[in-house]
Design a protein around this ligand. Structure first.
Ligand SMILES: Nc1nc2c(ncn2[C@@H]2O[C@H](COP(=O)(O)OP(=O)(O)O)[C@@H](O)[C@H]2O)c(=O)[nH]1
Ligand SMILES: [Mg+2]
Length: 289
């Protein structure tokens, strides 16, 4: 059986998380049109009789400006170290040269497949040009083109990867989808709604901590804290008469219910923790190792 770690790298917004979800047929990674939505390395495991593929979604590669971003880049670094194959994903509309510089700077010592994504947004001509541009790069073993959003030919895509993977024994049980806890994904779904509902700095100054998760006969009771940096941000999150937090809770509850496959009761609290993004103790508490 073919077994391997396939780690997905690229600039913010290239479509890494959308690709992971498409490959797994499951919404594991949260997605938004805003950059830097993904903060952790998220593994998605795909097992059949012929292979076990362990895909990792990673945060977009950026120059870190505060400690949270440093932690985000550490998770990218760990993924660089254990990949069997790197998927270097690029938005077809983006500056190819710039992406090439970034990919070269990773100094990969594993084979790389360049994945030109968002083929739905460019002409066939442009796409062909992109393919030949990346095919000529030294780190690139193969170029695949996809639209992660409109759906990919999974079989073809996976066959393109398999030839680079070693034979071996599986690392995970065949029904295991990820290595992260349900609590983690619950927090992520709440965080996704913050990206959806709020503008400017709010999503970037917020995080979510699930503080309790209790299974009861007909529903799961979940409480979570939304952490922000300032009182003014707390006021925005709550909204007039609590209107925004209510909206947020409703949207998150629907997604969490479909993720867990059970009714839930969700209670959200907003807490102010000044400068949490630069505080090691807070970062640790909120799951950024
Ligand atoms: N048109 C189009 N948009 C896409 C495609 N793949 C991803 N997107 C969009 O690009 C944005 C960023 O996607 P995301 O997966 O969060 O990117 P990430 O930052 O690399 O993880 C989202 O708004 C996606 O819906 C695609 O194939 N075509
Ligand atoms: Mg992402």
């Amino acid at each position: 059986m073919k077994v391997g770690f396939i780690n997905i790298f690229g600039k913010p917004n290239a479509g890494k998380s959308t690709l992971l979800n498409a490959l797994l047929d499951e919404k594991l990674a949260i997605i938004s049109p805003k950059v830097q939505t993904t903060r952790h390395r998220i593994k998605g495991i795909l097992t059949t009789d012929q292979y076990q593929l362990v895909f990792s979604d990673t945060p977009g590669i950026i120059d870190p400006k505060y400690k949270l971003q440093q932690k985000m880049m550490l998770s990218v670094k760990s993924a660089l170290e254990d990949a069997d194959v790197a998927l270097l994903i690029v938005d077809a509309r983006d500056d190819w040269q710039e992406n090439d510089t970034l990919f070269s700077s990773l100094h990969l010592n594993v084979p790389a497949i360049v994945v030109v994504n968002k083929l739905d947004t460019v002409s066939t001509e442009k796409l062909k040009e992109a393919v030949s541009f990346f095919e000529s790069r030294p780190y690139c073993k193969k170029v695949l083109t996809i639209s992660a959003l409109s759906g990919i030919n999974k079989k073809k895509f996976i066959n393109g990867i398999l030839e680079f993977l070693p034979e071996g024994d599986p690392f995970f049980e065949e029904d295991q989808l990820t290595d992260l806890s349900t609590r983690f994904f619950v927090g992520e779904l709440v965080r996704e709604k913050i990206f959806e509902l709020f503008e400017d700095e709010i999503p970037y100054h917020s995080t979510v901590l699930v503080t309790s998760f209790k299974e009861q006969p007909h529903l799961i009771k979940i409480t979570a804290d939304i952490i922000v940096q300032r009182e003014t941000q707390k006021a925005i999150l709550l909204g007039t008469g609590g209107s925004m937090i209510k909206k947020l809770g409703t949207l998150a509850r629907k997604d969490i219910e479909s993720f867990i496959g059970s009714k839930i009761y969700l209670e959200l609290f907003v807490k102010v923790r000044p400068k949490w993004r630069d505080n090691d103790l807070f970062l640790k508490e909120y799951g950024y190792q």
